[in-house]
Design a protein around this ligand. Structure first.
Ligand code: PLP
Length: 433
């Protein structure tokens, strides 16, 4: 993939550059955080597992028949501590998609209520706190259930806890909150110990207030970490609020997306609630896929080795984008971006009023990025500033090329803004005469 070299910050030159890009557009889709083919190839050996021979478990359970509602104990013992931070007994495996489990858990709370509480359907309104920028598919689950979303800002070490504590203490209609405690989508935040502690201990007006904790990126660090497992459940249990967190995770971005293993976890009480409801839905999950994953990973060291390879591939791509942004965008006022240490996204903040314009300009140059506003629970970013950049699927050189297009489009949008009648050009270009 090639493209015209980036010009200076002069509006005319930028317009000419963009016209040349439009004439020979790239064909890059950065709208979603998909693993690259190279990453997925790390799991190709799974395609021939568990092999043609019938298999049995050491505990005598027949894995080739119905049953095993909670999932194979050995797989839970491997993945529940790593992905959810709970012991095997407090996790259930179900299907391939953690989002489907989140949707189903909210549906269950809606129909039957959380254990010991009234169904949400009986409430006048249900509200969820949504850290913003956040994950559009969480917002979609809320929308699907008619849940009113209340945005709270999020920084590098988690949501603004002063706001969170104030709102949950005052408003009994707030029954839930989305949390992505590690490498959150899209801003890359990893919640600090202090944020986890405050989430676990805060006073809530609703007795059944629940943290919907999406651990999608629990083991998705770019570089090997001596990191502890996700600690939200432990923090809640220590605070005497073990039923406060429902935890979700999957191997979607560890093995083969769409053919992975999804898990739900929480207190023993929440697990019983969940498993009892599953009896009305299914005679049991796909245990062949569970055995496949068990044989593929082997043990926790196997998971770690595998995820280090993912991390390395992702880091190569992210490094390219960050290098281009640093070179091209550092002089711009009101432009900054996240520098994640894991996960799948970079968030790029552009001057107010520019994000939609950048998306449009980039699309014209053949680089599709998530529409501006999608990271906000209302669907609209009132300040029109936030862009989600997803370089994972591209090769490192394509990621650099796409980042150069995006950077050029940011420069062009800023130059347009500065030259708009009544604007002071020095508002946008820092240090540029
Ligand atoms: N949760 C987050 C925060 C994600 O970013 C993603 C995928 O991008 C998912 C969940 C998808 O999970 P699953 O494939 O298990 O449904």
């Amino acid at each position: 993939m090639t493209g015209p070299a980036l010009p200076s910050d002069d509006l005319g030159e930028l317009q000419a550059w963009h016209a040349a890009c439009r004439d020979a557009p790239l064909a890059v889709d950065m709208t979603r955080g998909l693993p690259s083919a190279e990453q997925i190839a790390l799991s190709h050996a799974m395609l021939s597992l568990p092999g043609p021979a019938p298999f049995d478990s050491e505990d005598g359970q027949d894995w080739l028949n119905y049953g095993g509602q909670q999932g194979i104990p050995q797989l839970r013992a491997l993945l529940a501590p790593l992905l959810l931070g709970v012991p095997a007994a407090q996790a259930a495996v179900g299907g391939n998609s953690s989002l489907a489990l989140m949707h189903a858990a909210i549906g269950l709370a809606w129909r039957t209520g959380l254990p010991g509480h009234a169904p949400w359907a009986a409430a006048r309104q249900i509200r969820f706190l949504c850290p913003v920028p956040g994950y559009d598919r969480h917002f979609a689950i809320c929308r699907d259930h008619g849940i009113t979303m209340v945005p709270v800002p999020i920084g590098v070490d988690g949501p603004d806890m002063d706001q969170v504590e104030r709102q949950v203490a005052q408003d009994p209609l707030i029954r839930g909150m989305w949390c992505v405690p590690r490498h959150s989508n899209p801003c890359g935040a990893t919640y600090s110990e202090e944020v986890l502690r405050r989430l676990a201990t805060m006073k809530t007006a609703a007795a059944d207030f629940t943290l919907f904790c999406d651990n999608a990126y629990a083991v998705h660090d770019f570089a090997p970490q001596a990191s502890a497992p996700p600690g939200l459940y432990d923090a809640c249990a220590t605070a005497g609020n073990p039923d406060r967190a429902l935890l979700f995770g999957s191997t979607s971005k560890m093995t083969i997306p769409g053919a992975g293993i999804a898990l739900l976890g929480g207190s023993a009480r929440l697990l019983d609630w969940w498993l009892a409801a599953q009896r009305a839905c299914t005679i049991g999950p796909d245990k062949v896929n569970q055995v496949r994953h068990l044989r593929f990973f082997g043990d926790a060291a196997g998971v770690s080795r595998h995820m280090q390879q993912h991390g390395h591939m992702l880091q190569q791509r992210f490094a390219q984008v960050l290098k281009v942004f640093a070179r091209r965008l550092s002089a711009l006022q009101d432009v900054h971006w996240s520098r994640p240490s894991g996960g799948y996204f970079i968030t790029l903040w552009v001057p107010p009023g520019c994000a939609r314009r950048v998306v449009r300009l980039a699309a014209e140059a053949g680089v599709a990025i998530l529409p501006a506003g999608t990271t906000h629970c209302s669907g609209t970013d009132a300040r029109d500033r936030c862009l989600r950049i997803a370089p994972s699927r591209l090769s490192p050189s394509d990621a650099a090329q796409a980042a150069a297009i995006i950077a050029g489009c940011v420069l062009l949008a800023c130059a347009e803004l500065s030259s708009a009648p009544g604007r002071d050009a020095s508002n946008t270009l820092k240090g540029v005469p």
